[in-house]
Every structure is written in C-alpha cells, then in structure tokens.
Write a protein that binds this ligand. Sequence first.
Ligand code: FES
Length: 139
Amino acid sequence: MVRFAIDPMLKKGEGSQFVEVGDVNEFNEQPRAITFKVHRKDGWYEPKEGETLTAWIRKSPNGEILALSPICKHLGCTVMWNGNPQFKDEYFCPCHFGRYDKDGVNIPGTPPPAPLDTYETKVENGKLYLGKIKPRSGV
Ligand code: FES
C-alpha cells in the first residue's frame, strides 16, 4: 500500500518532526511499504513539491512497531520485502544480492555491512507517526 501524507512541520528545527502515516491498526506482521512526502530544507535546496520517503512498516503481535528505511546499507540501492522469490520473508536488494531478515538485520555472507536504518515511531490517538531515520548499532 502506498500512502501520501504531507507535513509542512518536518522542516529542520521547526516544531514536531513526526509525520502521520496512517491508523496503527492498518499494520500487522506483514511488512508494508508506506510512501509519504515531507518538506525539508537541505542548505539552499528545498524542493517545492517536497521529498518522497518510503518506510517498510510492520507491527508485531505485541503491538511493537518497526519502521525500516528501504535504503540498503551496502551502496544505497532500494530494498524490497520479498523482492526475490528465492529468498522468502526477507528484504532483498537487487544491486548486489544484499539480504536482510524480517527485522531488517543484514544476513551474514551478503554485502550489507549493517542492519537497515529505522524511523523513530510513536502512536497517538490510534495514529502512527514516523520521525527521523536513525542508524542501528549492536543489533
Ligand atoms: S547496494 Fe544493496 S547489496 Fe549493494
């Protein structure tokens, strides 16, 4: 499912840095890609139409939300859940056959040197919000 949300508050240093991406009950154990737009200024560069970001989101049975960046930690290609029929229930990067498990942890022996980055998440009034992307360590 692709969703579009525009949040003018995601400018650097302004107000909340979280963007609503949907009702938390829409998510389950099956990772789902959500696409949304944010307005961001990077130095002099501030695209009028905003920047499109994607997150792979899943909710575990205990309600824990995991929102992963789709950017491969090898050389930055885009990963996809079940992107290769040979590797079921994994994230797959087609550029150099990078693979990650359901938690976004890189599979040993494949090119990615680290787990996928995660978005900060919060739930308020039944809505899921995504914040900044953060690298993971020690996973
Ligand atoms: S960029 Fe993903 S495996 Fe190389």
